[in-house]
Design a binder for this molecule. Structure first.
Ligand SMILES: Cc1cc2nc3c(=O)[nH]c(=O)nc-3n(C[C@H](O)[C@H](O)[C@H](O)COP(=O)(O)OP(=O)(O)OC[C@H]3O[C@@H](n4cnc5c(N)ncnc54)[C@H](O)[C@@H]3O)c2cc1C
Length: 400
């Protein structure tokens, strides 16, 4: 293996490959991406891959909005297919959250996002399979949908390699090199690489790597599960049915190709000792199908075909850690995606590449995502929604 690189990226998921691609787009080609297994081996390969711009805080909405045109124009901008399907997306909330929904839609439209609040009649007209009561409301965005996370990552990696980057799989970064206030490279299972900049894009696995620097990254490993369900006839939405997050029932769902639907539970996540824990709990498939049928009753007679689990890297405010670290030159973070990093990956990659090459992100602001926000007592505050009583009505809600 080579012994130097301008930039080493640790992790070959959607975020790491996006950073590699964007670095080459900015003319920095001496880039080495190291992946301990295969591309998409972590959260990315297990992702629900919902793509939406509805967020309850502006910093994340800006990143999601900046990423959406990439998915829409993938073939021209990156090359190949990312599997983007524009189904439209709806965020459904409890009737008691009407004011919050309206406030968030005002915030989002202020950022230039195409979204509006629909009432029960409008929602039923949009998706005939949706269970709606008179007082129900949803925020609709026509441009959103879902993509194929593995194809997204593969095409980003291919474009990065075409641009001059090198991607080395089956190579684990064992520790960061350097001392005190400067990281100077990495030690790997295939030898040492000296680098001006090391970018961590390896989710929860970043935590042990930064311990030697005296850094305690505030990231908790959480297991998330999704089930694939056979899809009934009679749903009216584009591409199968609307992609949705439904706080009334605690689900998120989207079509998966021609005959399946992917469903996850916002609250099924559990703390795991290791991000390598990919256990699907016995109770999960049945609960997911039951809650999905509360949102779309035609699913009541359907079957769960399979399910899988993957790790989330969750921070205290459930927003990512992106940027340089004060007092630790040569290290850049792109971790802590908190269950919501796939849809933002094209924009996060652009921002991190701009930071490294030009000194500052210009695609969107990443200042709010600095690790220092926690020590400084200014976490990102979300105007987030309650969960319906059928899912407990309280407790942490993980976004997707
Ligand atoms: C079940 C589930 C559903 C989700 N649903 C959505 C959704 O609907 N929408 C959305 O936007 N997001 C969703 N997410 C979250 C999203 O998938 C992640 O935030 C995103 O994929 C993270 O990408 P990443 O590149 O940061 O991390 P990862 O994909 O985890 O990549 C990190 C990589 O680093 C590698 N690695 C680790 N340690 C080392 C090391 N020491 N040396 C070398 N390589 C290393 C790993 O093997 C891994 O491939 C979901 C996640 C899960 C698990």
């Amino acid at each position: 293996m080579r012994s130097t690189a301008d930039v080493v990226i640790v992790g070959g998921g959607a975020v790491g490959t996006s950073i590699a691609f964007h670095l080459t787009q900015l003319g920095l080609t001496d880039v080495l991406l190291l992946e301990r297994g295969e591309l998409s081996a972590g959260a990315t390969g297990r992702s629900g891959a919902l793509i939406r711009t509805h967020y309850a805080n502006a910093p994340e909405a800006r990143l999601a909005a900046a990423a959406l045109p990439w998915f829409e124009e993938w073939a021209d901008r990156v090359g190949g297919e990312c599997g983007f399907v524009r189904t439209g997306f709806v965020q459904l909330v409890m009737p008691g959250d009407a004011d919050r929904l309206h406030a968030n839609v005002v915030m989002l439209t202020g950022l230039g996002i195409d979204t509006s609040v629909l009432d029960a009649t409008e929602l039923a007209a949009l998706e005939s399979g949706l269970a709606v009561a008179d007082a129900d409301l949803g925020a609709y965005e026509p441009r959103s949908g879902y993509a194929d996370p593995v194809a997204t990552t593969r095409t980003l990696a291919a474009a990065a390699v075409r641009g001059g980057a090198q991607i080395q799989q089956q190579t684990t970064v064992l520790r960061l090199l350097g001392a005190g206030d400067r990281v100077t490279g990495v030690e790997t299972t295939a030898g040492r690489v000296q680098a001006d900049t090391v970018i961590l894009a390896n989710g929860s696995w970043s935590v042990p790597l930064t311990e030697s620097l005296g850094l305690d990254l505030p990231i908790e490993s959480v297991g998330a599960q999704v089930a694939f369900v056979s899809r009934p006839d009679g749903l009216s939405g584009r591409g199968g049915h609307l992609t949705m997050i439904d706080r009334r029932t605690g689900i998120y769902a989207r079509p998966n190709g021609r005959s399946e639907t992917l469903v996850g539970l916002s609250q099924s996540a559990r703390t795991i000792a290791s991000p390598d824990d990919a256990e699907v709990l016995d109770s999960f498939p049945g609960t997911a199908l039951h809650q999905l049928a509360l949102s779309m009753p035609a699913f009541a007679a359907q079957k769960v075909l399979r399910a899988h689990a993957g790790p989330l890297d969750v921070t205290p405010d459930r927003c990512a850690l992106i940027g340089r670290i004060e007092g630790c030159d040569g290290l850049v973070l792109a971790v802590g995606m908190s269950g919501s990093g796939f849809k933002k990956a094209p924009a996060i990659g652009a921002c991190v590449a701009e930071l490294v090459v030009e000194g500052k992100a210009r695609t969107a602001s990443i200042d709010e995502f600095a690790l220092s926000r926690f020590a400084e007592g200014r976490p990102i505050v979300s105007n987030d929604y309650l969960l319906g009583s059928s899912m407990g009505g309280s407790g942490p809600v993980l976004v997707h």
